[in-house]
Design a binder for this molecule. Structure first.
Ligand code: UDP
Ligand code: MN
Length: 368
């Protein structure tokens, strides 16, 4: 009796299932397809000519990202990765990077080889890095003017690589070294760094960054702002006084961030400041004169340790040069710079050895 009833139920249930399958199989197929699509998205797919093809999420740098010196072939692969025909589909990185630490310790004594031992695994030749787990929101070229500060390269790389990685930026680090022993010309080196980095772009922002300035808080995000941004607002060398409250509120030195459009609008940095001082004030004036404004984050986050060093010879001409800068800027900057450069991809940065002319070269009428 019970057995008959159970069999009846089973047969009835079977009929219902068959009926259900007959009516709803298209819905089932659709749901299966949807599930498959979601799985593909999470696994990381490669889109070729508009079709999603399942593929492992790998990068195809043939000659090894850590081989020391990057060949043209590697660069070609890097370019191809950015081209639309080969696109890794990843979710965008979050607006607030999840791994930020806040206040940071600055290590002032560390050798480049020690940093290489740690960072070589993650950083590609020439100091290139981008997050693998999401599509970076910003592409950043970091440009460091440099000469004869070997002991500061290790601390800079040791601090900046993890700092930029925690911010999930797609970045590259360029050291622009001045060839020869003439007076140092920071601004010319920054122009060279910009013009060379542009060729490997596109970059959204350019950080013009002294080698001895190390940010103390990784909430100080290296994202472009709608206006040029002064980064080194409160520095150890100034007892962390807010630059906005300094007797003259026009300090633009140490480190700053500009988009390509900002820099082109002011014709880059002035070429005529040799020795210490003036070139950053000159940039401040260019920005004002072209109707832009300097932005700053609060000194609480925009804090920097400056590694101490011997001072460079002061440029006594700087006040005279600053006086006429606004009328002069279209004839003095990116558009008038002559240089030659030798590029070497080192494991943790791109080294540009720049011949930028001599302080004694005639500058025509632009100095006066
Ligand atoms: N710099 C350099 N070698 C020099 C002079 C300057 O590498 O002989 C670079 C370095 O990046 C340095 C920046 O130019 O951080 C600014 O120069 P300096 O530190 O002398 O100026 P400060 O900001 O300390 O007044
Ligand atoms: Mn310094």
């Amino acid at each position: 009796m019970i057995r008959d009833r159970l069999c009846g139920l089973w047969r009835g249930g079977g009929r219902t299932l068959r009926l259900w399958l007959r009516l709803y199989w298209p819905v089932l197929v659709l749901m299966l397809l949807l599930g498959l699509c979601l799985m593909l998205r999470d696994a990381g797919t490669v889109t070729i000519a508009g079709f999603a093809v399942l593929a492992p999420l790998t990068r195809t740098i043939q000659d090894g990202p850590h081989s020391g010196v990057t060949t043209e072939a590697t660069l070609e692969v890097m370019r191809e990765e950015r081209s639309p025909k080969y696109k890794v589909v990843l979710p965008g990185c979050p607006a607030t990077p999840p791994g930020l630490l806040g206040r940071l310790k600055v290590v002032e004594k560390v050798s480049v080889s020690d940093v290489e031992a740690r960072q070589r695994v993650v950083v590609r030749a020439g100091g290139r890095w981008w997050p693998e787990e999401c599509e970076a929101r910003w592409r950043l070229a970091v440009i460091v003017p440099y000469r004869d500060r070997q002991h500061q390269i290790g601390p800079f790389l040791n601090h900046m690589h993890p700092f930029l990685q925690r911010q999930q930026l797609n970045y590259s680090i360029y050291f622009v070294e001045q060839a020869g022993s003439d007076l140092f010309n920071r601004a010319r080196l920054l122009n060279v760094g910009f013009l060379e980095a542009v060729k490997e772009g596109p970059w959204d922002c350019y950080a013009f960054h002294d080698v001895d300035m190390l940010p103390e808080n990784d909430h100080h995000l290296y994202h472009c702002s709608p206006q040029p941004r002064h980064l080194a607002v409160a520095t150890s060398i100034n007892n962390y006084k807010d630059s906005a409250k300094l007797p003259y509120n026009t300090y633009f030195g140490g480190a700053c961030l500009m988009a390509e459009a900002h820099l082109r609008r002011v014709n880059g940095w002035s070429n005529i400041y040799w020795g210490w001082g003036g070139e950053d004030d000159d940039m401040w004036r260019r920005i004002k004169f072209t109707d832009m404004r300097v932005w700053r984050y609060p000194p609480r986050v925009a804090r920097y340790t400056m590694i101490r060093h011997r001072p460079q010879p002061v440029n006594e001409l700087r006040y005279r040069l600053l006086k006429r800068n606004t009328g002069r800027y279209p004839r003095d900057g990116l558009s008038t710079l002559n240089y030659t450069v030798t590029t070497t991809r080192l494991p943790l940065y791109t080294h540009l050895l720049a011949h930028i002319g001599a302080s004694t070269d005639p500058t025509g009428d632009i100095v006066h």
